[in-house]
Design a protein around this ligand. Structure first.
Ligand code: GLP
Length: 242
């Protein structure tokens, strides 16, 4: 893991953008993408850039069960509005939140991941250390599956909904095993609310209690933090300040 602490989230997002640009200059064709507030500035930089994504494929991490593309809370909708409608990709994949046959949908999505090996995966971080919707306790070798969301995630995501009761209780999520197959991973985490999860991800022994700690087992992982998210780290854990 390479841990980079930026002066603020804009500087960190610009660094993530530069890593994507470098990867594309090196011939990368498949991006793994994430939702949430964390990558919004990165997607804005991608939209405003002169990068051409029309030969690129994207594979998203997760989708709320019960939310179709027309639902403005769906992650498909989020991706269309923040990126795909403005910067067309050749192909974009997000799990189908309306799929009712769980076994068929998870198998379908695993085949998409196998057919489109992810070159560079962008990740955010849940306050409880989740990546995608792999909540604490998720096995490190799991593939795509239906997952129940924890109370803390439902509470954290309630800010995007009118009522907490409206937050979906289940999602389809790429598993940690699939995430770890990506050739390169860039995880971003910003703000004080992420500081404890950041510390557990980097400094505690890898454990299913903090799903993101699975990244300790992998090469080619860059962690981009702002100063608040890095505030509980030991100085010796930080590789670079930007
Ligand atoms: C969500 C998503 C994750 C995201 C995380 C953090 O629930 N499933 O992919 O990284 O929680 O969200 P935010 O960036 O809004 O803090």
């Amino acid at each position: 893991m390479k841990v980079i602490v930026a002066k603020n989230s804009d500087v960190a997002s610009k660094k993530a953008f530069d890593l994507i640009k470098d990867a594309m200059n090196n011939g990368v064709k498949v991006l793994g993408l994430a939702t949430g507030s964390t990558p919004v500035t990165l997607y804005k930089l991608m939209v405003e850039s002169d990068l051409d994504f029309s030969n690129m494929t994207s594979v998203n991490l997760d989708e709320y069960i019960g939310c179709g593309p027309d639902n403005d809370q769906s992650y498909r909708h989020f991706m269309q509005v923040n990126l795909f409608d403005k910067k067309p990709f050749a192909k974009t994949y997000v799990p189908d939140g309306l799929a009712t046959d769980e076994a068929a949908e998870t198998k379908r999505y695993d085949k998409i991941i196998d057919d489109n090996p992810i070159d560079l995966q962008i990740l955010g971080l849940g306050r409880n250390g989740h990546i995608g919707f792999n909540e604490p306790g998720s096995p490190f070798d799991a593939l795509t599956r239906k997952v129940p969301l924890t109370a803390s995630t439902i509470e954290a995501n309630a800010r995007f909904f009118d009522n907490e009761e409206d937050v979906p209780k289940f999602a389809y999520s790429m598993g940690i095993g699939s995430i770890l197959k990506s050739k390169e991973i860039v995880l971003m985490a910003f703000g004080k609310a992420k500081a404890a999860a950041v510390k557990a991800m980097i400094e505690a022994p890898a454990s299913v209690d903090c799903p993101a700690s699975a990244l300790q087992k992998k090469d080619n992982v860059v962690i981009l933090l702002d100063e608040d998210a890095a505030s509980e780290l030991n100085a010796s854990s930080i590789n670079e300040n930007i």
